[in-house]
Ligand binder design. Structure first.
Ligand code: PEP
Ligand code: MN
Length: 474
């Protein structure tokens, strides 16, 4: 509300401490000895141990010769949207698979996740009254950090699965050997996915006039499906009204939407191969996705990932658990966003509801004291993973409780909730338990398809969108 907006203006206009001074130089031009390969001089955590380094160089050489997947100008547009989210004038919806997979790759899967994201964004826009920035965890979300290098079953230990861009999920010695040619396959799958997403976004599928067509068949009879259709009818009415007022039926919003892609910036050989000099600004962009984030396990200040990410000019994110302390966060933000550019950096908090209530206020306080502008995003998934009947799962109630805590803390602090980051799918999976869809613990084995972390299914995702909308409205 108003209180929030006023407070934010105060923060944005009079930083209490100057974070850095670059003597008025344009962002990205004061990077010192940064280069796309300067990360190689630091310690790179969570990288595969390829048996044949020459093959890696060959595969990366191939990718270096391929076209970029995105255009730098799109990243700058996204950054402007994210800057709006930092001050409460927009809200980010970031969502998709924990890990995309070579074997779960089809037009229908892409379309179903895309349309649930569209539905969620309409619910949040209509309920919350702010534009929603749609950011898929799609078209490149392949590499996974792992807590253990080895996976053990019975008396057999094999290297952990690290995502399809690195090795295979099957529990065999052969599948777990990192294969550099998977890099090329991941690039191609990303390009094909992005191509379809762009087609949906500008080809007419995503126009607001089709809002009632986005409901998924299997949701028609669920509470979420009905609530959505009810809202779609109200949006239709509002559009009719706007057209009566003069909004043209061939206005852009009736036929297209903006959609951006993102993934964890983990596998640095791949990210380096797609990092290109933008000819319009003479600065470097990682052209594998519009937005990249640094994971909780690779955010060490002196290590490779932070070194790489500080130099790319894409908008970026960093994941933060309860292990982060306030002073360390301020230093990390200063490294990743030395010019304090609004929209450049999202801090994606993931600690579970209880820890978030205890630890998040001090982080916000320290960042505000330092005069740093960040976009706060809530990832309610990664602090709520548990194991049940041999499956990794998450309880809808715990996920929702973390989102609730995130909004409560911001309300109490007068700071701004900028977005949510969800692992979700349009498929009717049974990976997370609870919510209106009432997936029980006993149902986990029926449609458990993820190779990595459990995702909200379409109904659970929509339910979450309605909850977020209710909080944005307040
Ligand atoms: C993820 O987003 O899938 C992930 C591994 O997150 P985190 O780095 O927060 O653990
Ligand atoms: Mn995950």
């Amino acid at each position: 509300g108003l209180k929030r907006a006023v407070r934010v203006q105060a923060i944005a206009s009079e930083p209490r401490v100057a974070v850095t001074s670059n003597n008025g130089a344009a962002p990205g031009t004061t990077l010192g000895d940064w280069s796309p390969e300067s990360w190689r001089k630091r310690t790179a955590h969570q990288q595969p141990n390829y048996p044949d380094k020459e093959e890696v160089a060959k595969a990366c050489g191939e990718i270096k010769s391929y076209p970029p997947l995105i255009f730098a100008g799109e990243c700058r547009n996204l950054q402007e949207r994210l800057a709006k989210a930092a001050v409460g004038e927009a809200f980010i919806l970031q969502g998709g698979d924990c890990a995309e997979a070579f074997t779960q790759f089809s037009a229908n899967q892409i379309r179903d996740t895309y349309r649930v994201l569209l539905q969620m964004s309409v619910v949040m826009m209509f309920g919350g009254g702010v534009p929603v920035v749609k950011l898929g965890r799609m078209a490149g979300q392949f590499a996974k950090p792992r807590s253990a290098d080895l996976e053990t079953k019975g008396d057999v230990s094999l290297p952990s699965y690290r995502g399809d861009i690195i090795n295979g999920p099957e529990f065999t010695e052969q599948a777990r050997i990192p294969d550099p040619w998977r890099l090329v396959r991941a690039y191609n799958q990303s390009a094909a996915t992005l191509n379809l997403l762009r087609g949906f976004s500008t080809g007419g599928y995503a126009g607001l006039k089709r809002i009632a067509n986005w409901n998924l068949d299997f949701m028609a009879n669920s509470d979420e499906g009905k609530a959505y259709m009810d809202l779609a009818r109200r949006v239709d009415e509002a559009l009719q009204f706007m057209m009566a007022c003069g909004l043209s039926s061939d206005s852009d919003i009736m036929s297209e939407t903006e959609f951006y892609t993102s993934h964890e910036c983990l596998l640095l050989d791949y990210e380096e191969a797609l990092t290109r000099l933008d000819s319009t600004t003479n600065t470097w962009y990682d052209c594998s996705a519009h937005f990249l984030w640094c994971g909780e396990r690779t955010r060490q200040l002196d290590a490779s990932h932070v070194e790489f990410m500080r130099g790319i000019q894409n908008p970026i994110g960093v994941k933060v658990s309860d292990k982060m302390d306030p002073a360390e966060l301020v230093s990390l933000i200063a490294s990743l966003n030395p010019d304090n550019t609004p929209g450049r950096l999202a801090v994606i908090v993931r600690m579970g509801a209880e820890k978030l209530r205890a630890k998040f206020p001090a982080l916000i306080e320290a960042v505000e004291q330092a005069g740093q502008v960040v976009t706060w995003v809530c990832d309610p998934m990664h602090g709520n993973t548990e194991s049940c009947n041999g499956f990794k799962t998450r309880r809808y109630d715990n996920v929702r409780a973390e989102v609730e805590a995130f909004f409560d803390v911001h309300d109490a602090m007068g700071s701004v909730p900028g977005g949510v980051h969800l692992e979700m799918t349009g498929d009717n999976v049974t990976e997370c338990v609870g919510g209106g869809s009432a997936v029980g613990e006993e149902d986990l084995n029926t449609r458990y398809h993820t190779h990595c972390d459990p995702r909200l299914n379409a109904e659970q995702s929509l339910e979450m969108a309605f909850y977020v909308a209710s909080r944005l409205r307040q």
